[in-house]
Design a protein around this ligand. Structure first.
Ligand code: GLC
Length: 424
């Protein structure tokens, strides 16, 4: 019976998926924001659990949480300037503190020192800067008295599920059109039946017919969420890699600044995502007052500058591109139809070879200047000639080259050295 209901639900969701996901598949790049009481402690958003801090002690942090007005505008402006197209903010992380005006618990920003609905401010900021809006919601809850007990006590389980559904209902009802529902950590229940995810997500979809839902409520739903590495999903399924600026922490951690990403690191991740039709959701963990960690600002802005000129290679409908292993050590690709975008990260000087393409190359040129590049093609070998000595891109040093082939480019890595290397 349950199986049947699940099948029917998944079928109907699949029918509208392409239409609902069009914007997301073309957006490629979004900002993740982890913000909560853990920001005060600067020892990871799991600090409460890791360091065994009792709830009574931890919840006192709520009395100090008084962020500056409209911090979310700063994030949204930065996201827009960085070339990002959407945002996802933690409305409630595992700590259980709700950043919105909820009737489900008093442990929220309106009923504590802050006295404001921070989700409302975030939603308004996203709209002001033309960004699509995502809500992260942690199913696991360390503050709710039934958040752990629900695993073995049926009455507690009922209360906790009603609480969870109540939170999701409010988030899906009180803030106008929301684009993404981003669940996290479905514990302690081990199945979608345990969470009653079918009913919960059906409700979300009824309230927000355009919503995209991630795969963390123990149902596959619309897209996968690889974490900590930019790893393409198998099959045609949508995927979004989430990565964080703060070393392995998602919450604010000033000491992690020295390990944060550079503009080139970010573009490398974005290149990987766009070469395999996926998205990159890049996290900042604002300070308790809401400020963006300074180390994130310059790289993000620089990436934005670069994307303003080169974004065509990343945004929009892309196709799977061949891997650059066995093609070039100077950079990697993305692809749209017959065109390969070659993101050259390590500029080699006057000449550069590309191995393994078996399709005829029609034209090579610099993406930004439109200037043609002389080339020779023989067998599996393309040689780009008379190149400038140093990288023409002065923003990040990553230069975009367009390679237009006569038909969809076919590629065979190490095509001419089979006796040594075998079949790749
Ligand atoms: C993990 C962590 C969490 C973080 C999330 C981001 O599930 O528990 O702290 O919010 O990943 O994807």
């Amino acid at each position: 019976m349950t199986l049947k209901r699940k099948d029917m639900y998944e079928k109907s969701v699949a029918q509208t998926r392409d239409k609902r996901m069009k914007w997301w598949r073309e957006a490629r790049y979004g900002m993740f924001v982890h913000w909560g009481l853990y920001a005060f402690l600067e020892r990871n958003e799991w600090v409460q659990a890791i360091e065994c801090i009792p709830v009574k002690e931890y919840e006192k942090l709520a009395q100090k949480f008084k962020p500056k007005p409209n911090a979310a505008r700063e994030w949204a402006k930065l996201a827009r300037d960085a070339g990002m197209k959407y945002m996802v903010m933690t409305t409630k992380h595992h700590e259980g503190f709700c950043l919105w005006d909820t009737e489900q618990t008093d442990y929220n920003t309106v009923k504590t020192a802050c006295g404001r609905d921070l989700v409302r401010e975030y939603v308004d900021a996203c709209r002001e800067f033309g960004l699509k809006i995502g809500f992260y919601y942690s199913l696991m809850d360390w503050h709710h008295p039934d958040g752990g007990r629900c695993a073995y006590d049926p009455a507690a389980s009922r209360r906790f599920l009603d609480f969870t559904k109540g939170c999701v209902r409010e988030l899906m009802s009180n803030y106008g059109k929301i684009d993404i529902l981003w669940y996290d950590v479905a514990l302690p229940f081990k199945s979608h039946e345990g969470w009653e995810s079918l009913a919960m997500n059906q409700m979300a979809r009824k309230l927000q017919p355009h919503i995209l839902i991630n795969n963390r409520s123990r149902l596959d739903e619309d897209f996968s969420t690889p974490e900590g590495s930019v790893k393409p999903a198998k099959s045609e399924r949508g995927w979004e890699a989430c990565m964080t600026f703060n070393d392995t922490s998602w919450g604010y951690m000033s000491a992690a600044a020295q390990d944060s990403w550079t503009d080139r690191d970010i573009l490398k991740m974005l290149n990987t995502a766009s070469s395999s039709c996926g998205n990159l959701l890049l996290n900042i963990g604002p300070a308790p007052d809401g400020s963006v960690p300074t180390e994130a600002v310059a790289p993000l802005k620089n990436v934005g500058k670069w994307l303003a000129k080169n974004g065509q290679a990343a945004y929009g409908k892309v196709d799977t591109a061949p891997g650059s292993f066995g093609a070039s050590a100077s950079g990697s690709f993305s692809r749209k139809g017959k065109r390969i975008y070659f993101w050259v990260r390590c500029w080699p000087g006057r000449e550069m070879g590309i191995g393994g393409f078996t399709t005829k190359l029609k034209r090579a040129r610099f993406h930004v200047s439109g200037k043609k590049i002389h080339f020779e093609q023989e067998g599996h070998r393309i040689i780009l000639k008379n190149l400038p000595r140093t990288s023409p891109d002065k923003i990040t040093g990553i230069t975009m080259i367009e390679l237009d082939f006569v038909s969809e480019p076919k590629h065979h890595a190490f095509a001419t050295t089979p006796p040594l290397l075998g079949d790749f």
